[in-house]
Design a protein around this ligand. Sequence first.
Ligand SMILES: *Cc1c(COP(=O)(O)O)cnc(C)c1O
Length: 522
Amino acid sequence: MNAPNKSGWKPTMEVSEDGIHTGPATTTGNHALMLEEPLLFEIGHAEVTGVDLPEIDTGAPTRLAGLERSEPIGLVGLTEPETVRHYTRLSRQNYGIDLGFFPLGSCTMKHNPRLNEKMARLPGFADIHPLAPQQSVQGALEVIHQLADWLKTLTGMPGVAMSPKAGAHGELCGILAIRAAHTARGDAREVVLVPESAHGTNPATAAFAGYKVEDIPATPQGRVDVEALKARLGPDVAAVMITNPNTCGLFEKDFREIADAVHAAGGYVYCDGANFNAIVGRVRPGDLGVDAMHINLHKTFSTPHGGGGPGSGPVVFSEALMPFAPLPFVRKDEDGEFSLVEEESREETRGQTFGRMTAFHGQMGMFTRALTYMLSHGADGLKQVAEDAVLNANYILRSLEDILYAPYADSGPCMHEALFGDRDFGGGLSTLDLAKGLIDEGYHPMTVYFPLVVHGAMLVEPTETESKASIDQFITAFRHVTERALAGDETLKQAPYYAPRRRLDETAAARKPKLGWSEPAG
Ligand SMILES: *Cc1c(COP(=O)(O)O)cnc(C)c1O
């Protein structure tokens, strides 16, 4: 740490007592080329600025009528090299798909092809403004339109809303369309059924939209209990929300039967399509009776995610729900021009739209990347994506099931993720300890403690972009840490040993988070 330090900030990297970091403590807190980094507030100075601008004196009277600020607001400034170093150091403390294998289940952390990035950076896509005249952004509108066509074809669904910004946002979009459809026929249904293995966003979405959420149990084989679901259907059930393939990594074989029963009872079927990566090009959700489904472009179609950047969660709709889909949407006119339909018009088929999800199609970069990915793979290539993702997950499942408890190993092949549990660990060790041990081996851990239906769940999703060599190396590391956990190896309880931070107090972090910054005393 060689930036100026005005606040008495102290290096916090631990030199552990267990003799792992055996060298003497350093004065900076850095460990060789692993650099500590304070906050901007701690290294910056209010009187410093990265640019030299002359005082403005236009001679014109200000138009702020005496409301202009009279004192500086106290934001710190840094020089340009300090700024570059700050963010570069922070980026080196991060783990990402460009650094190594990222087996986070349900998240589809696949490689983001650089060709996509190149296309997204073309000025005609990257530098446009949402309020630009439509005549001047015909190419961008065509990209949205073409991507919408691909999504409709791949899912076998007639309608699509492109504006939702993420999977969870897409869920909300689908549920609002379902509610609009019920309301349009004067039906005030109150309940949404959600299987207990559902992603947390499903019940959250239904509750956010004002519905009562009821759980549907899973069978011992890890699939929705169809009989329990059918028994609960009735005139108060607005919709069911089912993830397919589900969060146990299994295909819901009875989906069509479930959908028919829900429709017969006057409800709609929402499918959480976040796991579309496992079936793209192989299964069309429209054929299974789905009414609305979101697709995470940032999972299946390789656009970057994590870190809070823009995602994209388009929602495909059945014939029944299409009239209620949100605005805006892109239309190809008879003269071949594209237009953005912004207002409800009774002439349009969508006369009963529930409104809008966002002000603008702000995720143009995601659209461009996703369409690039589709065009560079072609339909056959996308099918192979699904096949390879499923093959890789099954390879992991079958390579570990002899030592690691795999609750649904007998339910047939898994889809694109393999699920394990911590049932046989010794010495009071749990999934958390194994996950921390994997960090020392240089891996971002898999998804842990989800789905909730398995004790100490570990959900591993390799994706199709990992090579056999990379998966083999991961399996070797995973087996090694698993053997330690089975043997009750006490040292795992202190892992990670080699990370910049050791084990954090996760309970305090969740219950008593410190959300503000205050200058350290002294
Ligand atoms: C990722 C995911 C979501 C939520 O998607 P976001 O884009 O993160 O909002 C919903 N359901 C499942 C099964 C997921 O894997």
